[in-house]
Ligand binder design. Structure first.
Ligand code: FAD
Ligand code: FES
Length: 277
C-alpha cells in the first residue's frame, strides 16, 4: 500500500485568477506519473494536501469532478504562508499532493432525489465538483437548485461557468450578494435569507451546504425550519489540519476527526458535536 505521508508529484497545467485582486486563483494540476493518475479515485467533497517543497502543506477541497479525468482543480485563497507560496507558482512547476482525503457528499443517496446546493464565497470549490458530477449524469437526479452567495460580484469564483449554468433550463441557479451595487440584477441579501425565499420543498430533497462558518451556522436552522429532516442536510466543516489522515489529532472536535470522519457531516451527526461551530 502507498505511504500516505509521501506526496505525489503534480504539474501546474493552468492558472486562472478568479478576482480582480488576484487573491483567489484556480490551479489545474496534472499527474507527473501516469500510473498514479489511474489509481487516483475520488468523489465530490474530498480534499487533498498540497505541498510546496521546503515551505509547507495545506488542505484544499477538490474543485474538479471525477468526471473530468484530465486534471485536478483547486482554488486557493491567499491567506498566509503556504497559500502565498502556491500563488507564486507558474505553469510547469511541480507541487506535492496527498489525497484524496476525507469523506464525500452522499452522491449515491442523491439518485432519484431533488438536490439543493447552498454555497458561499470561495468554498464553492467542492460544490462545483458536485454540480459538474450531477450534471454529467443529469437524468439520475430530479430538480437541482443552487443558491450561491458572495460579499460582492467580484468574489464569485468560476464566473464563466456560472454564466453557462444560469442559461440552462434544467437547473435553478440563484446568485446573491450581501449589499446592492450598481448594475447587479440578481438577488441581494445573505444566503440564509435567500434560502428561505427560494429553497424547494423539502420533500424528496437532499440539501448540501458549504461556505464560511457563519453562513453555515445561520443556513442550517433555516433548512430545519423549512422542514428538511436532519438526515437530509449535509455540510462540510473546516478546521486547521496537519496530517489529514487521523494521526496527529489537530482537527479533532468532540469525538470526531474532521479529516477522516468528515469533512462532510449530516445535521444529524452535527447535533452530537456541539463544538462544530
Ligand atoms: C478540508 C479543508 C478544505 C479546504 N479547502 C480550501 C480551498 O478549497 N481553498 C482555500 O483557499 N482554502 C481551503 N481551506 C483552507 C486552507 O487550508 C487554509 O487557508 C490554509 O491552510 C492556510 O495556510 P497558510 O499557510 O497560507 O496560512 P497560515 O499562514 O497558516 O495562516 C494564515 C491565516 O489563515 C488562517 N487559517 C489557516 N488555516 C485555516 C483553516 N483551515 N481554516 C480557517 N482559517 C485558517 C490562520 O488562522 C491565519 O489567520 C481548506 C481547509 C480545510 C481543512
Ligand atoms: S489533521 Fe491530523 S488528525 Fe486530522
Amino acid at each position: 500500500m502507498a505511504n500516505s505521508y509521501i506526496p505525489l508529484q503534480m504539474k501546474v497545467q493552468r492558472i486562472e485568477a478568479e478576482d480582480p485582486d488576484r487573491t483567489l486563483r484556480t490551479y489545474d494540476l496534472t499527474f507527473v506519473n501516469e500510473s498514479e493518475k489511474e489509481a487516483f479515485k475520488y468523489l465530490p467533497g474530498q480534499f487533498c494536501e498540497i505541498s510546496i517543497l521546503g515551505k509547507g502543506e495545506s488542505p484544499f477541497g477538490i474543485a474538479s469532478s471525477p468526471t473530468e479525468p484530465d486534471y485536478l482543480r483547486f482554488t486557493v485563497n491567499r491567506t498566509g504562508s503556504v497559500t502565498s507560496d502556491i500563488h507564486y507558482l507558474r505553469n510547469g512547476d511541480i507541487v506535492g499532493m496527498r489525497g484524496p482525503l476525507g469523506n464525500w457528499y452522499p452522491v449515491d443517496d442523491m439518485k432519484g432525489m431533488n438536490v439543493l446546493i447552498v454555497g458561499g464565497g470561495f468554498a464553492f470549490t467542492t460544490l462545483r465538483s458536485l454540480l459538474i458530477y450531477l450534471l454529467d449524469s443529469r437524468d439520475d437526479y430530479k430538480d437541482i437548485t443552487v443558491i450561491y452567495g458572495a460579499r460582492n460580484p467580484d468574489l464569485f469564483i468560476y464566473k464563466d461557468e456560472i454564466a453557462i449554468w444560469k442559461q440552462r433550463d434544467d437547473i435553478q441557479f440563484h446568485l446573491t450578494i450581501d449589499k446592492p451595487v450598481d448594475g447587479w440584477n440578481e438577488k441581494t441579501g445573505f444566503v440564509p435569507t435567500v434560502t428561505q425565499e427560494v429553497a424547494p420543498s423539502p420533500e424528496d430533497t437532499l440539501a448540501i451546504v458549504c461556505g464560511p462558518p457563519v453562513m453555515i451556522k445561520y443556513t442550517l436552522p433555516v433548512l430545519t425550519e423549512l422542514g428538511f429532516p436532519d438526515e437530509r442536510i449535509f455540510t462540510s466543516l473546516e478546521r486547521r489540519m496537519k496530517c489529514g489522515i487521523g494521526k496527529c489529532g489537530r482537527c479533532n472536535i468532540g469525538s470526531k476527526y474532521i479529516c477522516i470522519d468528515g469533512p462532510v457531516f449530516s445535521m444529524a451527526e452535527l447535533k452530537n458535536i456541539p463544538e462544530a461551530f
